[in-house]
Design a protein around this ligand. Structure first.
Ligand code: BG6
Ligand code: MG
Length: 218
C-alpha cells in the first residue's frame, strides 16, 4: 500500500466561503453594470483573484486600465474580508470535521491546495489549521487552476507521487487541475457541474469512511 496524500481545496469544500466570494464580486459587477449570475460564478470558482476580475470584465466587455483593476481587486478583497470578520467553526461545511478526524486517526497525510491568498487566516479562525501537514495557497503558486501547480506542489511537500494523491474540489477548474496532475479527483457538489471528476459527492455528509478506506488501500 503506497503512502497517500489527501488534498483539500478550501473555499466551497472545507468552508462555506464560496458564497462570500460571489457576494463580493457581484457588488463590483453591479457597480459596473455587468450581469453576473450564479452560473457565471461557476467559472470563477477555484480561479485566482486577478483572473476572476478579468473574467467579469470580459463578461461586460469592459477594457479597464491597470489602475482601475487594482482598485477593484482591493475593493473585492476588503468586502470579502469584511464578511469573514466573525468567522468561526460554524462556517466549516457539514461532514468535513469527521473526515479530517478519520484521516488523522488513520495517519494519513493531509494538505491544503487552494488558490486563495486568505487561506491561512481562514484555517486559523476556524481552528483547523493543525490538521494540515502541508499548506499550498495563492501566495505559493504562480499558475492558477486549472494548472495543476498547486496540487503538484502539495503532493511534493508530502513526498507522495501524484497518482497517489486524492483531491477534493468544488470547482471545475480544480477538478481539471487534479485530472491533469494524474491525481484522483473527487468533486464536492453537483454532478451536472463537476461531471469531469472521477467521483462526485453532493457534500461530505454523503461520503462515508468506507470511501476513504478504499482510497487509502488503493
Ligand atoms: C479560490 C476561490 O479558492 O480562491 C475563488 O474559489 C477565489 O473564488 C480564489 O477567487 C482566490 O481567493 P482570494 O481569497 O485570494 O481572493
Ligand atoms: Mg473551491
Amino acid at each position: 500500500m503506497n503512502k497517500k496524500a489527501f488534498i483539500f481545496d478550501l473555499d466551497g469544500v472545507i468552508v462555506d466561503t464560496a458564497k462570500y466570494h460571489f457576494m463580493a464580486w457581484q457588488k463590483i459587477a453591479q457597480e459596473l453594470g455587468i450581469e453576473f449570475t450564479p452560473e457565471h460564478n461557476e467559472d470563477l470558482k477555484g480561479v485566482s483573484r486577478v483572473r476572476s476580475l478579468d473574467i467579469i470584465l470580459e463578461l461586460g466587455k469592459i477594457n479597464a486600465s491597470q489602475e482601475y483593476k487594482n482598485k477593484w481587486l482591493i475593493q473585492k478583497n476588503e468586502d470579502y474580508l469584511s464578511y469573514l470578520v466573525n468567522m468561526d467553526q460554524s462556517e466549516i461545511l457539514p461532514g468535513v470535521l469527521p473526515i479530517l478526524q478519520f484521516l488523522k486517526e488513520k495517519n494519513q497525510a493531509i494538505a491544503l491546495g487552494s488558490a486563495s491568498k486568505n487561506a491561512r487566516p481562514i484555517l486559523e479562525k476556524t481552528g483547523i489549521i493543525h490538521y494540515f501537514d502541508a499548506i499550498v495557497d495563492g501566495n505559493d503558486v504562480t499558475k492558477a487552476k486549472p494548472d495543476p501547480e498547486v496540487f503538484l506542489e502539495a503532493a511534493k511537500l508530502l513526498n507522495v507521487a501524484p497518482e497517489n494523491a486524492i483531491v477534493f474540489e468544488d470547482s471545475i477548474a480544480g477538478i481539471q487541475a487534479a485530472n491533469v496532475a494524474n491525481m484522483t479527483s473527487v468533486g464536492i457538489g453537483e454532478e451536472t457541474i463537476l461531471y469531469e471528476a472521477k467521483y462526485i459527492f453532493k457534500n461530505f455528509m454523503y461520503m462515508d469512511t468506507s470511501f476513504i478506506e478504499t482510497m487509502i488501500k488503493k
